[in-house]
Design a protein around this ligand. Structure first.
Ligand SMILES: Nc1ncnc2c1ncn2[C@@H]1O[C@H](COP(=O)(O)OP(=O)(O)OP(=O)(O)O)[C@@H](O)[C@H]1O
Length: 284
């Protein structure tokens, strides 16, 4: 019988990036979300994707998931063209509640991540149970392991989704606002868990968020999207008044206080999700 616990991702002998985008463009009609995007995400890197509503953060993940085709340019994920159902990708979708009558306990949901979503009768050994227990423990879900998922709170359900996505030890982990509806302690715990997944297991993390502060200590680079433009760099390089003002095309103020970053004065048109009012242009 094959072991139920996945092995850590093998070192890539070629040292190739986990994700490679070249001259990538995504546009819906004449609305350009980004253009000329060149990006290598290396194994173990933690990339935060930031931007206002409608700037294209979720669309970026959809492209990596093979759910939306690039309008131009190329993309490989784990050395292959992006495609649906890639086993090397873990995905934490934007939060949706499970139906109250969903016939699945919390530990069963996490177990689906461990044994590859295979339905039907399976012999599940001690290694499987140990891995599920470990994941439940890591997200603080042990106390509700036997409760049907539909009866859990939004935050409790979210922690299970994170455990499920981490279960196969993915090469690439895509997270779409995973901290929404988590309290501060669980935001910290989940951020640390995802950060640890990157460092310890070489998983490349792409983390979409409106709020960089809870993940700041784990982030290597930021991809900041705004008004059809983007900029990429370390948080220290990107989160400055000068860089974000250039990106938004108007003066915004980036304040640093007690280790937190606050962006003040983003233009209404961008915050309203109508980025086409700003000219699409080159990367800042
Ligand atoms: N399939 C589609 N066809 C046309 N337009 C789309 C499609 N998918 C997304 N869009 C548009 O692209 C823009 C970016 O959407 P996206 O969901 O990627 O934004 P976001 O940055 O994740 O926003 P939010 O922070 O509100 O979740 C939006 O204006 C959206 O309406």
């Amino acid at each position: 019988m094959r072991p139920d616990v996945p092995a850590p991702p093998a070192e890539d002998p070629a040292g190739r990036p986990a994700v490679t985008l070249r001259d990538a463009r995504l546009a819906y009609g004449n609305r350009v979300l980004w253009d000329g995007l060149d990006l290598d995400i290396t194994p173990g890197e933690f990339l935060a994707v930031l931007g206002a509503n409608g700037s294209g953060k979720t669309s970026f993940l959809k492209v990596l998931l093979g759910l939306a085709p690039l309008s131009a340019g190329s993309l490989t994920v784990d050395g292959e063209p992006a495609r649906r159902g890639h086993r090397g990708i873990g995905y934490v979708p934007q939060q949706k509640h499970f139906a109250p009558d969903m016939p699945l306990r919390a530990r069963d949901l996490v177990g689906l991540g461990v044994d590859g979503h295979k339905w039907g009768v399976r012999l599940r050994g001690r290694a499987y149970r140990r891995r599920v227990d470990e994941l439940l423990e890591q997200v603080g879900a042990t106390p509700y392991a036997r409760i049907p998922v539909g009866l859990l709170s939004g935050g409790e359900q979210q922690r299970l989704r994170i455990a499920q996505a981490l279960a196969p030890n993915p090469r690439v982990l895509l997270c779409d606002e995973p901290l929404l509806s988590l309290d501060l302690n669980h935001q910290k715990a989940v951020s640390a868990l995802v950060g640890h997944q990157a460092r310890a297991n070489g998983t490349a993390v792409v983390f979409v968020t409106h709020e960089i502060n809870p993940i700041l200590e784990h982030v290597d680079r930021v991809l900041y999207l705004a008004g059809g433009r983007f900029t990429i760099g370390t948080p220290g390089e990107v989160m400055t008044t000068e860089v974000l003002s250039k990106l938004y095309g108007t003066h915004v103020e980036v304040l640093h206080s007690n280790g937190r970053i606050v962006v003040v004065g983003m233009p209404e048109a961008v915050m309203d999700g109508h980025p086409e009012v700003l000219p699409a242009g080159e990367a800042a």
